[in-house]
Ligand binder design. Structure first.
Ligand code: SF4
Length: 379
């Protein structure tokens, strides 16, 4: 059996590929990338259909971090001209979150710069979670506050946090190259603390930091072993004023192969297309929806994303649908009490029944420039 057929079979069985098979995905020739996308897309559809979950970031505290993560515009010594502010008040954060929810987001990710929260910070975030849930009881809240101390995961869970994010970012072997103020093992421990407290773990990676194929495979296998429910795949945003400002070696084809490899290694996990998609995938973003079942809507922590309206149009044009509130994202074997387990069908047409398109006459503009006019052409 050829490589891609083997990977699809294993993915559908939730079986891990071998390291060599994962490496081979990354080393596929660029001209064969559509074959890779089509194969990994079968695995994505098996567990998530055509649904795309929207997530919305709220940066609760921006910049001024004492840690030195070299990819981060908020790091110690960063000269990136980003917004810098201290903790948003609960009502300010809830106001920001409401915009994302109104745009279709079902998860709000509350992020704060820093090594980790103080107990007072956990109080502040707890107030913010309460304010968000008071506005909308259905919204999932994920906290991303850095390294956790004993008892903090339990307090966040009690405050209503559904999930906790802490990314591994890169392989254990190269972690010290991207950060010296904390270690890889600290990150693993925080993910495990979140899981032990009963929160859904979210942990992912950043590609494009100069790592090797082996590093990428290592971090994705490490994530599989940690067993998070969601894996955000970031592509480095090389901010001017940070040590990695010159790292522009990702291509759209490389990004697609990385996403496909993540899907084959973590077949039934929420794979999120995260930061950097606009600048590295560019016009190839719709193909990435065949691999990832989740995206961030709106802006990132310190940089702007593409317009929310453009994202929604891209999702619809590519033949996908925004996952509705109340629908459980994860497949039944990963999610207790899901609608599918209950036998409760989601509302709306079945996933395989194409929705009839509304006429989009607003997209048709009569040409009034170029040939036959006095105006220059659109070129
Ligand atoms: S990634 Fe987090 S801990 Fe590292 S420098 Fe940025 S804000 Fe600080």
């Amino acid at each position: 059996m050829d490589l891609l057929s083997t990977l699809v079979d294993k993915g559908l069985r939730r079986e891990a590929p071998t390291r060599d098979e994962a490496l081979a995905v990354l080393r596929t020739a660029d001209e064969d990338v559509l074959d890779v996308v089509a194969a990994a897309g079968k695995v994505r559809r098996e567990f998530f259909g055509r649904r795309v979950k929207l997530n919305y970031l709220v940066n609760l505290k921006s910049g001024l971090c004492p840690e030195d993560c070299s990819y981060c515009s908020q790091r110690l010594g960063s000269e990136a001209g980003i917004l810098k502010y201290t903790w948003l008040k609960a009502d300010q954060a809830a106001h920001a979150a409401a915009a994302g929810v109104a745009g279709g987001a079902k998860r709000v990710c509350l992020v704060a710069s820093g090594r980790g929260p103080t107990d007072r910070d956990v109080d502040r975030v707890s107030e913010t979670i309460a304010a968000i849930k008071e506005q909308n009881g259905d919204v999932e809240v994920c906290a991303c506050l850095g390294l956790l101390s004993d008892g903090q995961a339990e307090r966040l869970k009690s405050a209503g946090a559904d999930a906790y994010n802490h990314n591994l970012n890169t392989s254990e072997a190269t972690y010290a190259d991207i950060c010296t103020t904390h270690g890889y093992e600290d990150r693993v421990q925080t993910v495990q603390q979140a899981q032990a407290a009963g929160m859904s773990a979210c942990s992912g990676l950043i590609a494009g930091m100069g790592e090797s194929d082996e590093d990428l495979v290592d971090v994705v296998f490490a994530l599989r072993a940690l067993d998070p429910d969601s894996v955000p795949v970031n592509f480095l945003i090389p901010f001017e004023g940070t040590p990695l400002a010159g790292e522009w070696d990702l291509t759209p084809q490389r990004c697609l192969k990385i996403l496909a490899m993540v899907r084959f290694v973590c077949p039934d996990v929420e794979v999120r297309l995260a930061g950097g998609r606009e600048i590295h995938l560019r016009t190839m973003q719709p193909l990435a929806l065949h691999l990832a079942n989740s995206v961030f809507l709106g802006d990132y922590l310190t940089s702007e994303g593409q317009a929310g309206k453009a994202d929604l149009e891209m999702i619809a044009d590519a033949g996908f649908e925004v996952e509705e509130a109340g629908r459980t994202t994860l497949p039944p074997h990963r999610a207790a009490g899901s609608a599918a387990e209950d036998g409760t069908a989601p509302s709306g047409p079945p996933a395989d029944e194409p929705a009839r398109e509304a006429a989009r006459t607003d997209l048709v503009a009569v040409r009034r420039r170029g040939a036959g006019t006095e105006l220059p052409p659109n070129a």
